[in-house]
Design a protein around this ligand. Structure first.
Ligand SMILES: C[S@@+](CC[C@H](N)C(=O)[O-])C[C@H]1O[C@@H](n2cnc3c(N)ncnc32)[C@H](O)[C@@H]1O
Length: 154
């Protein structure tokens, strides 16, 4: 797994249910399941990446460990279905749209890895009264990425 995803994984609190939103290849979701998160849901917004996600989970023998769902943001999740959400490899605007629906879905925490416009995250967090539980920079292939674990305000 890339360092940016390893760093995100290291921030996560223990949880019984987590959604990886915009899971892409699905490696982070697989690692979550391997860390004994009992229920892992991996979502993808577009049919192409969703098919790739399903193919990978199938190839890894992980279809019983990770449930793949097609849909935008948190739309594929029922209210109260997961304790936490991870979202990685996206720009801040996409990440913050996901965050905006988190309270409505009864999500307790959100872990983010941002690839574009990271400066947008902190003002949004403050404006919405969310608490930063952990945050750190990650260096990978000449880039610096930021990762956050945020507590959703209710
Ligand atoms: C660059 S990939 C990152 C994949 C993986 N999370 C990672 O960090 O390596 C971004 C993925 O997020 C998906 N995506 C973007 N916006 C999304 C949204 N609003 N809801 C669900 N998936 C989304 C894209 O289809 C794409 O597969």
């Amino acid at each position: 797994m890339p360092r940016r995803l390893q760093a995100l994984l290291a921030l996560l609190p223990p949880a019984r249910s987590v959604a990886d939103v915009g899971a892409g290849h699905g490696a982070l979701a697989l690692h979550l399941a391997a860390r004994h998160v009992a229920r892992v849901i991996a979502t993808e917004a577009a049919p192409g990446p969703y098919q790739e996600l399903r193919r990978n989970l199938d190839a890894w023998g992980a279809t019983q460990m990770v449930e793949a769902r097609l849909g935008n943001g948190l739309a594929p999740l029922e209210r109260g279905e997961v304790e936490g959400v991870v979202a990685a490899g996206m720009g801040a605007r996409s990440l913050l749209k996901i965050c905006a629906d988190a309270a409505d879905r009864d999500v307790a925490w959100v872990a983010l890895q941002c690839v574009q416009d990271p400066e947008l995250i902190e003002p949004w967090r403050k404006r919405h009264g969310w608490q930063t539980l952990a945050s750190c920079p990650v260096h990978e292939r000449g880039h610096q990425y930021l990762v956050w674990l945020l507590k959703v305000a209710r």
